[in-house]
Design a protein around this ligand. Structure first.
Ligand SMILES: [Zn+2]
Length: 218
């Protein structure tokens, strides 16, 4: 992206702090129209739910801006959209299991990555989801720790290598999640290896069920 693009974005941010990244309309960071036109991900598989298909320029742009431009409002808005889509499903789980609240746990970043970025994008999404499902959920952000810094997932190619890299990457599970249904939140799931590894740690820590919930599926 060229300098002009960045200048345009910078001016847009300055003049229209709440303009839609899809259509430039002064509205929310992602307006309802643009959100409604984003291609949705396929059906849930193996307790993995995903909202949008990652292979769409606007979806990519939203997630990129969230992670690397520090626009946490995007995460919050995506969490709100997740709540709109899954509210009924979550209410049904609460009803069927007799749980009082489902526990929202964002995938943690390692300390080094967190220091670099300054915030955890999964937590921004989790906060948006919780805000719009307060009667059904509880947000417990520090319920899982990343105990091993893993290399950039983009650089590792094979699935076996990723899995090896991620084995035992998570631990130190908060005992409050024992016998609870956990909603594990991440921005994107590609091979699903990261979420799988985190879900395994939560199950070992006593969670009765872990639903992996991502904004985009690659
Ligand atoms: Zn729009």
């Amino acid at each position: 992206m060229g300098l002009l693009y960045h200048i345009k974005e910078w001016i847009n941010d300055l003049l229209f702090p709440d303009y839609c990244l899809g259509c430039d309309r002064a509205d929310e960071i992602l307006c309802a129209d643009c959100a409604g036109h984003l291609p949705v991900a396929g059906p849930a598989e193996d307790d993995t739910w995903a909202l949008f298909d990652y292979h769409q320029p606007l979806t990519k742009k939203l997630l990129w801006r969230l992670k690397y431009n520090g626009k946490q409002r995007i995460g919050w808005r995506l969490g709100q959209l997740a709540a709109e889509k899954w509210y009924e499903d979550l209410a049904e789980i609460v009803l069927m299991t007799g749980e009082q609240k489902l526990i929202i746990v964002p995938i943690p970043l390692g300390t080094r990555r967190l220091r670099q970025r300054g915030f955890n994008q999964a937590l921004s999404i989790a906060a948006g989801l919780h805000e719009h499902t307060r009667d059904l959920t509880e947000l417990l952000p520090d319920s899982l720790k990343r105990i091993k810094e893993t290399g950039s997932q983009v650089k590792t190619t094979s699935r076996t290598e990723r899995l090896k890299n991620l084995k035992d990457a998570f631990g130190e599970v908060n005992p409050t999640i024992k016998n609870k249904v956990v909603l594990l939140i991440d921005d994107t799931t590609t091979t699903g290896a990261t979420m799988q590894s985190a879900a395994l740690a939560l199950s070992r820590g006593g969670a009765s069920r872990v639903i992996k919930l991502a904004i985009a599926r690659g």
